[in-house]
Design a protein around this ligand. Sequence first.
Ligand code: TRP
Length: 447
Amino acid sequence: MKIARFSRIGFILAAAGSAVGLGNIWKFPYMTGENGGGAFVLVYLVTSIFIGFAVMIAEMIIGYLGRSDGAGSFELLAPSHKERWRFGGLMIITGLLIMTFYSVVIGWIFHYIVVALTQLPATVADAERHFMAMLQDDITTQLMYHTLAFLIVTWIVSRGIKSGIEKLNLILMPLLFIIVGGMFLYATTLEGFTQAWAFMFNADWSKLTSESFVKAVGQAFFTLSLGMGAILTYSASLEKKSNLVYSSIIIVALDTAIALLAGLMLFTFLYQYGAEPAQGPGLVFISLPAVFYEMGMLGNVFAVLFFIALAFAGLTSAVSIVEPMVQFLISRYGFGRFKASLVIGMVFYLVGIIALLSNTSVYSEMLTFGSKNFFDWMDFLTASVLLPLGGLVMAVFVGYVMEKERVFAAVGHHFGPFFEVWYFSLRYIAPVALFVVMLNLMGILKL
Ligand code: TRP
């Protein structure tokens, strides 16, 4: 079968499009707010740069050399026990779990584009009432936009790598950078910027609990799209002679930059207009719209642009979460692309409805298990448990299972003298850090 290949810039934008998502603009700011600011940001930064980068190269190598779907690439590259390593590919299922809440949140964003275009709430109290009414009582609106998100994502993925995914990213990603960059520049002119800066970079270590540590590491994996085969699958469509080191540096840099810019911009606006940073998942849907209202005419324009940028970020990520499973059905079971996209789309759509209902007042009790409802479980289970676990599997696979010569042949030339540094961190630092995360998790879950 002839595989459609990304162009060089197409790959970088698609991988950056995968990485830059709701994780950067929706999750990162509210998690920073909830987990006390600076210390959380620092753990996230150190993990992204040292562990995330190392694991990203590993994940790229598996796809680039394997040239197959998630399971197939492991199978082809393992020197022995091939059938056993095939199960490494199971991690693509994490994508289904992510999509159940990801699609619902993209739906909220669509709804908020309409809110921004029609009537912004005037006060934070108003905004909170609006968001809660949508979240807890308005099943119809949420369902309608969740359906729209499902249709768009499925349609793009069904058009394939070249005319679907690459094209989407070539158009949306530059627009996203312009919008976020422009709004950030405006934020730097406001007084609240100093406070925002202090909140994000002054570390108060007493605020860092073991749960926020686990969350910061999980966030680094989530935001870089690591640990479930998304980067792996994209890399399988790379040109033969590609520079994985260079691509990874750009992707990690862009992703980290967008998270920091979005965070600084958001907190500047919040401080400037006296709103609360520690607001949870509603942060960009509650405080921000009220702040935009306060800003007057300019705020209205910002609001529309902001939610459009957020929708772009979400869509370019969503297609990368779905693609590994679609690719798997195509290459393993001979599905046509359309049918594969539809099957995967239907699954996350239907399970997503459960996630959606678990936030509503009527069904929340039924759909709450232990400390979290279904929606929050999907988020926690994927970001804090399954992605770090997938990352651990990939680090061990490239660091210990694959022959070193083979790994060297793929990236040694581009790393130059830093090859050994990277190889060392892949073999020793990343697995140990991820293992510590697993231990912490067991403590949190009281296993
Ligand atoms: N990185 C995206 C974000 O920040 C989400 C995402 C896309 C993702 N593909 C992924 C997360 C693969 C984990 C694995 O929103």
